[in-house]
Design a protein around this ligand. Structure first.
Ligand SMILES: [Mn+2]
Length: 330
């Protein structure tokens, strides 16, 4: 359901009733997960002074987001008490929090829950579901929510939320960059978002190990007969470059730049015997969410992903071609 004023009222009642509030985003957080989590958490603190707000993510935020106010508050196991209200951000389904096994009570109606997300595959697992598939980011929905409820945006909050808007639109370059996105950006800049701080920390900064990893991604691109530009990274590539998995973020846009392709794919081996796939397309007639679905993944039409158990094995195909007809005889 989108955010009608009726649903916003329900959310207000829920927050007023809450003893404490826990905000949770998906594991391996990206800019939108971190930005919407911190932005929402700080908005709630402003709107309900005196109520304790916890910020939780299973994994720490990548280094590039360490400039965000409040980012150090994201660690630690969730501590739950009766009467707490839980807000999920940018999570399409419970397992993305990686709390579904350790804290099943978050998903069995023990607590009142709100789900703020923009993934069309969202399973609506909360009591109140603010799912807006047309929104480019969860952060965009948080801004809408704040404005409907009359919550105050300050410069720190706006900086967190603008980070989410920027990262989920690839710096306002992806096809999900709607007029609404630009209005949201204007709204956040007016509220004091520190735009240059975000640009420099997130888009104009890459460590040597990240650049070396990207070098491997680019070097290993192959083009398939089905029109896919594909690259693959083994554990050895991560080891040799010293790069973290999160360093891969953004590399797919270069693979996706090969002209005439139907889709692009980066496969990467992870520590836990998992191979992750990241899919993109620039075409309207290709749905990479559907492709990812075949491997139990999901996402958006133009950007999706999946995880499989296993490891990567290179496949080399050789064929013998006859010499050109006018070649001189040996
Ligand atoms: Mn998102």
């Amino acid at each position: 359901m989108p955010i009608s004023s009726e649903n916003a009222k329900k959310a207000r009642v829920l927050f007023e009733k809450a003893k404490r509030i826990l905000c949770v985003c998906h594991r391996n957080p990206d800019g939108d997960a971190v930005g919407s989590l911190l932005g929402m958490g700080m908005l709630l603190e402003g709107a309900y002074p005196g109520k304790s707000v916890q910020f939780h993510c299973k994994d720490p935020a990548p280094d590039s987001f360490s400039f965000l106010p409040g980012v150090h508050r994201m660690q630690g196991a969730p501590d739950l008490l009766e009467g707490d209200v839980v807000v999920f951000l940018d999570c399409a389904e419970p397992k993305q929090t990686d709390l579904h096994e350790s804290h099943p009570q978050l998903f069995d109606k023990t607590y009142l829950t709100i789900n703020i997300d923009h993934h069309p595959t969202n399973t609506q697992f909360a009591d109140l579901n603010f799912i807006v598939p047309d929104a480019a980011s969860a952060s965009e929905i948080v801004v809408e929510c704040a404005d409907i409820l009359g919550w105050q945006l300050d410069s720190d909050i706006a900086t967190c939320l603008l980070t989410g808007v920027y990262t989920d639109t690839g710096g306002l370059l992806h096809s999900n960059t709607t007029a609404k996105v630009y209005r949201t950006v204007a709204r956040l800049l007016r509220a004091g978002a520190r735009q240059q701080e975000i640009v420099q920390a997130v888009f104009r900064r890459a460590t040597v190990s990240t650049l070396k990893l990207w070098g491997r991604v680019l070097e290993k691109i192959t083009v398939t007969e089905e029109g896919g530009a594909i690259s693959a990274l083994t554990k050895g590539d991560f080891r040799a470059t010293g790069a973290e998995y999160s360093a891969l973020t953004g590399a797919i846009d270069y693979v996706n730049a090969v002209p005439g392709m139907r889709f692009s794919l980066i496969l990467s081996e992870r520590d836990d015997g998992v191979v992750k796939g990241s899919l993109r397309t620039l075409r309207d007639d290709v749905d990479v969410a559907k492709m990812a679905g075949k491997f139990h993944g999901g996402g958006h039409r133009k950007a999706a992903g999946f995880s499989l158990q296993g490891r990567l094995q290179p496949e080399v195909r050789w064929k013998v071609v006859p010499p050109p007809r006018d070649a001189p005889a040996l």
